[in-house]
Design a protein around this ligand. Structure first.
Ligand SMILES: Cc1cc2nc3c(=O)[nH]c(=O)nc-3n(C[C@H](O)[C@H](O)[C@H](O)COP(=O)(O)OP(=O)(O)OC[C@H]3O[C@@H](n4cnc5c(N)ncnc54)[C@H](O)[C@@H]3O)c2cc1C
Length: 295
């Protein structure tokens, strides 16, 4: 039996960007963007589900994000995750990778025990590829990065293949361990219709609080109990629930500052025609060498 936790991040749908979404302070106005489950995290979830299919156990999906990150957690349930956790608090806003990995590692400790933690190699918005490795470091467990295949688990030793410059390498590692997963490691399975029907009404604590707001007939404790008993509750973990050090969370715990974000558009000065002769090609190569494009 292998117990896995998969880190999933809600990211802007870069295929559908509209309007001015970058703010003056270099942060993204996520409220203005459609949001999706980071693709590599979907692949990481698929690998975790394959491990469960082969060895038994359970898979939990965990996301740190604003309340609407519940949407991607429901998607994880549709795919096959056994449980999903939303790690959320206004005080987590503006976190860099250091603060994010601190919060996630403490959430994992709280949710544990676990044998494997899966993360995508990188998120398509922040793009740093640091959260997985930093989380492993904080949990004090080994990590295998750039995994493109899990080859097996025997006697609590995992064998995986990971990409390196110019090839790949097969490595072994004792459990518990953290893996960061490449986008082509597996084909994510489609949602199961039965699970979509079962979990489309799954709700986080914040969503239940919203339901109860202004409705004197609904009591939040009763609602939580009802959703829990139907396995439709997405537990919510806040800074207080995790007993975190506020100085290590959010903006306060984030030494990285993004000062400016620029769109770089490459333009050309104009066209130049090269005669299809030996001399023409020779002068083109000389020019490319002089401009340091070749060489
Ligand atoms: C334009 C821009 C530039 C930035 N530059 C930096 C920078 O230089 N340094 C810096 O420290 N931060 C930076 N950030 C902030 C960074 O996006 C956040 O810290 C973010 O929470 C985590 O970093 P990442 O997106 O790079 O994740 P990555 O490290 O690329 O993510 C790897 C994997 O970790 C997991 N993961 C990451 N975040 C979460 C989460 N919230 N919940 C669950 N799982 C998660 C996922 O499995 C993901 O696939 C930047 C943000 C923006 C928008």
């Amino acid at each position: 039996m292998i117990s896995s936790i998969v880190l999933v991040k809600q990211v802007p749908d870069t295929a559908n960007i509209t309007g001015n979404v970058m703010q003056e302070d270099g942060t993204v106005n996520r409220a203005k963007l459609p949001a999706v489950l980071n693709h590599e995290d979907r692949v990481a979830l698929e690998l975790a589900l394959q491990v469960k299919d082969q060895y038994g156990g359970a898979v939990a999906a965990v996301s740190m994000g604003p309340p609407r990150a519940s949407d991607i957690l429901r998607e994880c349930l549709y795919m096959g995750a056994d449980s999903a956790y939303l790690v959320t608090d206004r005080k987590f806003a503006g976190a860099d990778t250091l603060a994010t990995s601190y919060v996630l590692s403490e959430a994992i400790r709280k949710i544990g025990p676990f044998d494997l933690v899966f993360a995508g190699r990188q998120a398509i918005d922040g793009d740093t590829a640091q959260v997985g490795p930093q989380t492993a470091e904080k949990l004090g467990i080994p990590q295998i990065t750039y995994v493109d295949a899990i080859l097996g688990v025997k006697n609590r030793v995992l064998t995986a293949r990971h990409r390196i410059d110019g090839g790949s390498e097969v490595v072994t590692c004792k459990l518990p361990a953290l893996l960061t997963v490449l986008k082509d490691a597996a084909e994510p399975r489609p949602f199961k219709a039965r699970r979509v029907m079962a979990f489309k009404g799954a709700k986080s604590l914040l969503e239940l609080e919203k339901m109860a707001e202004g409705n004197s007939l609904l009591y939040i404790d009763k609602l939580v109990h009802e959703f829990q008993s139907r396995s439709m509750f997405i537990p919510t973990l806040t800074m207080d629930d995790l007993q975190l050090d506020p100085a290590r969370c959010g903006v306060q715990g984030s030494p990285t500052k993004v000062y400016k974000v620029e769109s770089v558009v490459l333009t050309s000065d104009g066209r130049q025609s090269v005669p299809p002769t030996k001399e023409g090609l020779g002068s083109l190569i000389d020019q490319l060498l002089a401009d340091h494009i070749l060489g």
